[in-house]
Design a protein around this ligand. Structure first.
Ligand code: QUE
Length: 353
Protein backbone atom coordinates (compact mmCIF):
# COMPACT_ATOMS: atom_id res chain seq x y z
CA UNK A 1 0.00 0.00 0.00
CA UNK A 2 2.70 2.49 0.90
CA UNK A 3 4.60 2.04 -2.36
CA UNK A 4 4.37 5.18 -4.47
CA UNK A 5 3.82 5.14 -8.19
CA UNK A 6 4.81 8.83 -8.44
CA UNK A 7 6.20 11.55 -6.20
CA UNK A 8 3.21 13.85 -5.95
CA UNK A 9 1.74 15.82 -3.06
CA UNK A 10 -1.23 13.50 -3.49
CA UNK A 11 -0.76 10.08 -5.05
CA UNK A 12 -3.87 9.34 -7.09
CA UNK A 13 -4.16 5.91 -8.62
CA UNK A 14 -6.59 3.07 -9.26
CA UNK A 15 -5.93 -0.36 -7.82
CA UNK A 16 -8.32 -3.11 -8.82
CA UNK A 17 -11.69 -1.34 -8.41
CA UNK A 18 -10.62 1.27 -5.84
CA UNK A 19 -9.50 4.82 -6.53
CA UNK A 20 -6.84 5.74 -3.98
CA UNK A 21 -5.97 9.29 -2.91
CA UNK A 22 -2.90 9.16 -0.71
CA UNK A 23 -2.06 12.53 0.86
CA UNK A 24 1.69 12.88 0.60
CA UNK A 25 3.01 16.10 2.09
CA UNK A 26 4.36 14.67 5.33
CA UNK A 27 6.57 17.60 6.34
CA UNK A 28 3.50 19.88 6.53
CA UNK A 29 1.33 17.17 8.13
CA UNK A 30 -0.45 16.90 4.75
CA UNK A 31 -1.82 20.43 5.05
CA UNK A 32 -3.66 21.05 1.78
CA UNK A 33 -2.44 23.50 -0.82
CA UNK A 34 -3.95 24.42 -4.17
CA UNK A 35 -2.03 21.75 -6.08
CA UNK A 36 -3.27 19.01 -3.73
CA UNK A 37 -6.85 20.20 -4.04
CA UNK A 38 -6.55 20.16 -7.85
CA UNK A 39 -5.20 16.60 -7.90
CA UNK A 40 -8.07 15.41 -5.67
CA UNK A 41 -10.70 17.29 -7.69
CA UNK A 42 -9.45 15.93 -11.01
CA UNK A 43 -9.36 12.37 -9.73
CA UNK A 44 -12.90 12.61 -8.33
CA UNK A 45 -14.10 14.07 -11.60
CA UNK A 46 -12.59 11.15 -13.54
CA UNK A 47 -13.63 8.40 -11.12
CA UNK A 48 -17.19 9.63 -10.65
CA UNK A 49 -18.33 8.33 -14.03
CA UNK A 50 -15.79 5.51 -14.45
CA UNK A 51 -17.73 2.29 -13.86
CA UNK A 52 -14.54 0.37 -13.19
CA UNK A 53 -14.01 2.46 -10.05
CA UNK A 54 -16.37 1.25 -7.31
CA UNK A 55 -15.14 3.29 -4.36
CA UNK A 56 -12.53 5.79 -3.24
CA UNK A 57 -10.09 5.48 -0.35
CA UNK A 58 -8.49 8.63 1.09
CA UNK A 59 -5.45 8.02 3.27
CA UNK A 60 -2.06 9.39 4.26
CA UNK A 61 1.44 8.26 3.24
CA UNK A 62 2.67 9.37 6.65
CA UNK A 63 2.48 7.76 10.07
CA UNK A 64 2.31 11.29 11.51
CA UNK A 65 -1.31 11.89 10.70
CA UNK A 66 -4.09 12.32 8.18
CA UNK A 67 -4.28 16.08 7.46
CA UNK A 68 -3.67 19.11 9.68
CA UNK A 69 -5.76 21.56 7.65
CA UNK A 70 -5.23 24.01 4.86
CA UNK A 71 -1.97 25.70 3.99
CA UNK A 72 -2.81 28.84 5.94
CA UNK A 73 0.87 29.67 6.37
CA UNK A 74 1.24 30.33 2.63
CA UNK A 75 -2.08 32.12 2.63
CA UNK A 76 -0.85 34.47 5.36
CA UNK A 77 2.39 35.24 3.48
CA UNK A 78 0.50 36.02 0.28
CA UNK A 79 -1.87 38.29 2.19
CA UNK A 80 0.99 40.14 3.88
CA UNK A 81 2.39 40.78 0.39
CA UNK A 82 -0.96 42.25 -0.66
CA UNK A 83 -2.08 39.19 -2.63
CA UNK A 84 -5.50 38.04 -1.49
CA UNK A 85 -6.53 36.68 -4.90
CA UNK A 86 -4.41 33.56 -4.47
CA UNK A 87 -6.11 32.80 -1.17
CA UNK A 88 -9.52 33.44 -2.75
CA UNK A 89 -8.69 30.98 -5.57
CA UNK A 90 -7.37 28.36 -3.15
CA UNK A 91 -10.43 28.47 -0.89
CA UNK A 92 -12.84 28.45 -3.85
CA UNK A 93 -11.09 25.37 -5.22
CA UNK A 94 -11.04 23.68 -1.81
CA UNK A 95 -14.75 24.30 -1.20
CA UNK A 96 -15.58 23.06 -4.71
CA UNK A 97 -13.68 19.86 -3.84
CA UNK A 98 -15.73 19.59 -0.61
CA UNK A 99 -18.90 19.87 -2.70
CA UNK A 100 -17.66 17.16 -5.10
CA UNK A 101 -17.01 14.87 -2.15
CA UNK A 102 -20.49 15.56 -0.74
CA UNK A 103 -22.12 14.81 -4.12
CA UNK A 104 -20.00 11.75 -4.95
CA UNK A 105 -22.24 8.82 -5.89
CA UNK A 106 -19.96 6.03 -4.59
CA UNK A 107 -18.47 5.11 -1.23
CA UNK A 108 -15.64 7.35 -0.03
CA UNK A 109 -13.63 5.81 2.78
CA UNK A 110 -11.22 8.03 4.70
CA UNK A 111 -8.69 6.29 6.91
CA UNK A 112 -7.71 8.59 9.77
CA UNK A 113 -4.70 7.43 11.80
CA UNK A 114 -3.59 10.59 13.65
CA UNK A 115 -4.53 14.26 13.29
CA UNK A 116 -7.53 15.44 11.27
CA UNK A 117 -8.20 19.16 11.58
CA UNK A 118 -9.95 21.80 9.49
CA UNK A 119 -9.36 20.95 5.83
CA UNK A 120 -8.59 17.37 6.88
CA UNK A 121 -12.15 17.04 8.09
CA UNK A 122 -13.28 18.66 4.84
CA UNK A 123 -11.78 15.82 2.79
CA UNK A 124 -13.28 13.16 5.08
CA UNK A 125 -16.63 14.18 6.64
CA UNK A 126 -18.52 14.48 3.36
CA UNK A 127 -17.73 10.90 2.37
CA UNK A 128 -19.71 7.81 3.36
CA UNK A 129 -17.13 6.30 5.78
CA UNK A 130 -14.62 7.75 8.24
CA UNK A 131 -12.55 4.86 9.55
CA UNK A 132 -10.40 5.91 12.49
CA UNK A 133 -7.76 4.29 14.70
CA UNK A 134 -6.94 4.68 18.39
CA UNK A 135 -4.39 7.33 17.34
CA UNK A 136 -6.96 9.57 15.65
CA UNK A 137 -7.93 12.96 16.97
CA UNK A 138 -9.91 15.77 15.38
CA UNK A 139 -10.60 19.45 15.88
CA UNK A 140 -11.83 22.60 14.20
CA UNK A 141 -9.10 24.92 15.54
CA UNK A 142 -9.77 28.05 13.46
CA UNK A 143 -10.70 30.32 16.40
CA UNK A 144 -6.99 30.31 17.30
CA UNK A 145 -5.97 31.73 13.91
CA UNK A 146 -8.59 34.44 13.43
CA UNK A 147 -10.55 32.37 10.92
CA UNK A 148 -13.84 30.44 10.94
CA UNK A 149 -14.74 26.73 10.72
CA UNK A 150 -15.23 25.94 7.05
CA UNK A 151 -14.82 23.21 4.36
CA UNK A 152 -18.53 22.44 4.72
CA UNK A 153 -18.22 21.38 8.38
CA UNK A 154 -20.55 24.18 9.54
CA UNK A 155 -23.22 22.46 7.44
CA UNK A 156 -22.27 18.78 7.77
CA UNK A 157 -21.50 18.68 11.49
CA UNK A 158 -24.86 20.28 12.33
CA UNK A 159 -26.56 17.40 10.50
CA UNK A 160 -24.38 14.50 11.62
CA UNK A 161 -26.18 11.73 13.49
CA UNK A 162 -24.10 9.86 16.00
CA UNK A 163 -24.96 7.61 18.90
CA UNK A 164 -27.51 10.08 20.34
CA UNK A 165 -29.66 9.22 17.30
CA UNK A 166 -30.40 12.81 16.32
CA UNK A 167 -28.70 15.77 14.68
CA UNK A 168 -27.05 18.04 17.27
CA UNK A 169 -26.52 21.53 15.83
CA UNK A 170 -25.50 22.83 19.29
CA UNK A 171 -22.70 20.27 19.36
CA UNK A 172 -21.37 21.53 16.03
CA UNK A 173 -21.36 25.11 17.33
CA UNK A 174 -19.65 23.99 20.55
CA UNK A 175 -16.95 22.11 18.63
CA UNK A 176 -16.31 25.01 16.28
CA UNK A 177 -16.26 27.73 18.94
CA UNK A 178 -14.14 25.85 21.50
CA UNK A 179 -11.85 23.97 19.06
CA UNK A 180 -12.44 20.95 21.34
CA UNK A 181 -9.92 18.21 20.64
CA UNK A 182 -12.03 15.13 19.97
CA UNK A 183 -10.71 11.74 21.04
CA UNK A 184 -11.49 8.57 19.06
CA UNK A 185 -14.43 7.90 21.42
CA UNK A 186 -15.72 11.47 20.91
CA UNK A 187 -15.45 11.01 17.15
CA UNK A 188 -17.41 7.75 17.18
CA UNK A 189 -20.06 9.04 19.58
CA UNK A 190 -20.68 12.22 17.57
CA UNK A 191 -20.83 10.43 14.21
CA UNK A 192 -17.70 12.16 12.92
CA UNK A 193 -16.21 8.67 12.68
CA UNK A 194 -18.17 5.68 11.40
CA UNK A 195 -15.79 2.79 12.15
CA UNK A 196 -12.80 1.94 14.33
CA UNK A 197 -9.77 -0.19 13.44
CA UNK A 198 -6.36 -0.68 15.08
CA UNK A 199 -3.50 1.52 13.90
CA UNK A 200 -1.37 -1.59 13.36
CA UNK A 201 -4.01 -2.88 10.90
CA UNK A 202 -4.23 0.22 8.69
CA UNK A 203 -2.19 -1.11 5.76
CA UNK A 204 -3.87 -4.52 5.89
CA UNK A 205 -7.29 -2.87 6.12
CA UNK A 206 -6.65 -0.75 3.00
CA UNK A 207 -5.24 -3.79 1.16
CA UNK A 208 -8.40 -5.74 2.08
CA UNK A 209 -10.67 -2.93 0.84
CA UNK A 210 -8.78 -3.02 -2.46
CA UNK A 211 -8.51 -6.81 -2.81
CA UNK A 212 -11.96 -7.71 -1.45
CA UNK A 213 -14.53 -5.05 -0.52
CA UNK A 214 -15.23 -2.44 2.11
CA UNK A 215 -17.71 -4.72 3.89
CA UNK A 216 -15.21 -7.60 3.96
CA UNK A 217 -12.41 -5.33 5.20
CA UNK A 218 -14.62 -3.94 7.98
CA UNK A 219 -15.74 -7.42 8.91
CA UNK A 220 -12.12 -8.49 9.31
CA UNK A 221 -10.67 -5.41 11.01
CA UNK A 222 -13.41 -3.38 12.75
CA UNK A 223 -12.95 -3.14 16.53
CA UNK A 224 -15.63 -2.51 19.16
CA UNK A 225 -15.81 0.99 20.77
CA UNK A 226 -14.31 -0.35 23.98
CA UNK A 227 -11.05 -0.81 22.06
CA UNK A 228 -10.54 2.89 22.95
CA UNK A 229 -11.01 4.80 26.22
CA UNK A 230 -14.37 6.47 26.81
CA UNK A 231 -14.71 10.12 25.74
CA UNK A 232 -15.73 13.15 27.78
CA UNK A 233 -17.84 14.83 25.13
CA UNK A 234 -20.96 12.69 25.59
CA UNK A 235 -21.15 13.60 29.30
CA UNK A 236 -21.25 17.30 28.42
CA UNK A 237 -24.20 16.94 26.04
CA UNK A 238 -26.81 18.30 28.51
CA UNK A 239 -24.55 21.33 29.14
CA UNK A 240 -23.93 21.84 25.41
CA UNK A 241 -27.67 21.64 24.73
CA UNK A 242 -28.40 24.15 27.50
CA UNK A 243 -25.88 26.74 26.31
CA UNK A 244 -24.78 26.36 22.66
CA UNK A 245 -28.21 26.24 20.99
CA UNK A 246 -28.50 30.04 20.87
CA UNK A 247 -28.07 31.95 17.66
CA UNK A 248 -25.47 34.54 18.67
CA UNK A 249 -22.32 34.49 20.77
CA UNK A 250 -23.85 37.12 23.09
CA UNK A 251 -26.74 34.73 23.85
CA UNK A 252 -24.43 31.72 24.31
CA UNK A 253 -22.18 33.79 26.56
CA UNK A 254 -25.20 34.82 28.61
CA UNK A 255 -26.37 31.21 28.91
CA UNK A 256 -22.88 30.19 30.06
CA UNK A 257 -22.93 32.92 32.73
CA UNK A 258 -26.10 31.49 34.23
CA UNK A 259 -25.23 27.82 33.75
CA UNK A 260 -25.11 25.50 36.75
CA UNK A 261 -22.25 23.20 35.78
CA UNK A 262 -19.19 25.23 36.77
CA UNK A 263 -16.81 22.56 35.49
CA UNK A 264 -18.28 22.80 32.00
CA UNK A 265 -18.27 26.61 32.02
CA UNK A 266 -14.65 26.67 33.17
CA UNK A 267 -13.69 24.30 30.35
CA UNK A 268 -15.40 26.49 27.76
CA UNK A 269 -13.78 29.65 29.17
CA UNK A 270 -10.37 27.98 29.13
CA UNK A 271 -10.78 26.75 25.54
CA UNK A 272 -11.98 30.15 24.26
CA UNK A 273 -9.41 32.19 26.17
CA UNK A 274 -6.97 32.26 23.24
CA UNK A 275 -9.63 32.56 20.57
CA UNK A 276 -9.96 35.57 18.29
CA UNK A 277 -13.04 37.44 19.61
CA UNK A 278 -13.96 38.32 16.03
CA UNK A 279 -13.74 34.65 15.02
CA UNK A 280 -15.99 33.59 17.90
CA UNK A 281 -18.67 36.17 17.11
CA UNK A 282 -18.54 35.53 13.33
CA UNK A 283 -18.49 31.74 13.77
CA UNK A 284 -21.75 31.65 15.74
CA UNK A 285 -23.41 33.81 13.07
CA UNK A 286 -22.13 31.36 10.45
CA UNK A 287 -23.42 28.28 12.30
CA UNK A 288 -26.79 29.97 12.76
CA UNK A 289 -27.06 30.82 9.06
CA UNK A 290 -25.92 27.35 7.99
CA UNK A 291 -28.36 25.63 10.34
CA UNK A 292 -31.04 26.86 7.94
CA UNK A 293 -29.00 26.72 4.71
CA UNK A 294 -30.78 25.12 1.74
CA UNK A 295 -27.85 22.87 0.85
CA UNK A 296 -24.11 22.53 1.13
CA UNK A 297 -23.54 24.92 -1.78
CA UNK A 298 -25.24 27.73 0.12
CA UNK A 299 -23.38 26.75 3.27
CA UNK A 300 -20.00 26.82 1.50
CA UNK A 301 -20.94 30.20 -0.01
CA UNK A 302 -21.56 31.54 3.49
CA UNK A 303 -18.24 30.14 4.72
CA UNK A 304 -16.44 31.73 1.79
CA UNK A 305 -18.15 35.08 2.36
CA UNK A 306 -17.11 35.30 6.01
CA UNK A 307 -13.73 33.64 5.50
CA UNK A 308 -12.62 35.92 2.68
CA UNK A 309 -13.41 38.98 4.82
CA UNK A 310 -11.56 37.55 7.82
CA UNK A 311 -8.49 36.70 5.73
CA UNK A 312 -8.18 40.41 4.95
CA UNK A 313 -8.46 41.48 8.59
CA UNK A 314 -5.93 41.83 11.38
CA UNK A 315 -6.50 38.65 13.36
CA UNK A 316 -5.82 36.09 10.61
CA UNK A 317 -2.13 36.83 9.95
CA UNK A 318 -1.61 37.45 13.67
CA UNK A 319 -3.25 34.16 14.68
CA UNK A 320 -1.35 32.15 12.06
CA UNK A 321 1.84 33.86 13.22
CA UNK A 322 1.21 32.98 16.87
CA UNK A 323 0.16 29.36 16.22
CA UNK A 324 2.18 28.26 13.18
CA UNK A 325 5.02 30.71 12.45
CA UNK A 326 6.49 31.96 15.76
CA UNK A 327 4.55 29.34 17.74
CA UNK A 328 4.47 31.61 20.80
CA UNK A 329 0.73 31.03 21.21
CA UNK A 330 0.29 34.62 22.41
CA UNK A 331 -1.54 36.51 19.68
CA UNK A 332 -2.71 40.10 20.11
CA UNK A 333 -6.21 40.15 18.70
CA UNK A 334 -8.07 43.33 17.83
CA UNK A 335 -10.74 43.87 19.06
CA UNK A 336 -9.68 42.04 22.21
CA UNK A 337 -13.17 41.40 23.59
CA UNK A 338 -16.22 39.84 21.93
CA UNK A 339 -18.37 42.75 23.15
CA UNK A 340 -16.38 45.10 20.89
CA UNK A 341 -16.94 43.05 17.72
CA UNK A 342 -19.42 44.52 15.22
CA UNK A 343 -21.75 41.53 15.01
CA UNK A 344 -24.08 43.21 12.48
CA UNK A 345 -21.23 43.53 10.02
CA UNK A 346 -20.56 39.75 10.01
CA UNK A 347 -24.28 39.00 9.95
CA UNK A 348 -24.83 41.07 6.82
CA UNK A 349 -21.86 39.44 5.01
CA UNK A 350 -23.67 36.09 5.05
CA UNK A 351 -25.16 35.59 1.61
CA UNK A 352 -27.77 32.99 2.47
CA UNK A 353 -29.78 33.41 5.63
C1 QUE B 1 -5.67 26.16 12.91
C2 QUE B 1 -5.52 25.78 11.60
C3 QUE B 1 -4.41 25.01 11.20
C4 QUE B 1 -3.47 24.66 12.17
C5 QUE B 1 -3.62 25.06 13.49
C6 QUE B 1 -4.72 25.81 13.85
C7 QUE B 1 -4.17 24.62 9.84
C8 QUE B 1 -2.96 23.91 9.56
C9 QUE B 1 -2.07 23.58 10.59
C10 QUE B 1 -0.79 22.93 10.43
C11 QUE B 1 -0.26 22.14 11.45
C12 QUE B 1 0.97 21.54 11.33
C13 QUE B 1 1.72 21.73 10.19
C14 QUE B 1 1.20 22.55 9.17
C15 QUE B 1 -0.03 23.13 9.30
O1 QUE B 1 -2.36 23.93 11.86
O2 QUE B 1 -4.99 24.92 8.95
O3 QUE B 1 1.93 22.75 8.07
O4 QUE B 1 2.97 21.16 10.02
O5 QUE B 1 -2.69 23.57 8.28
O6 QUE B 1 -4.88 26.21 15.14
O7 QUE B 1 -6.44 26.12 10.67
Amino acid sequence: MRQRPTRNLVNAFVRHTTGVLELNRPKALNSLNHEMVEIISEALDTWRDDDSVHRVVICSSSERGFCAGGDVRTCREEGLAGDFDSGDRFFRAEYEMNRQLADFPKAIVSVIDGVAMGGGLGVSVHGSHRVITEKAFAAMPEMAIGFIPDVGTTWMMQRMIGESGEALPELATFLGVTGWRMTPADMLWSGLATDLIASEDVDRFIDAVIAESLDDALEQYARPVDFVDGGELEGFLPDIRATFGHDSWAAIDGALEGHGNADFVARVRDLTEKASPTSVVAAVELYTANRAARDIVHALDNEFAVGSVLRREHDFPEGVRAVLVDKDRSPTFDPSATGDVDVDFYRTILKHR
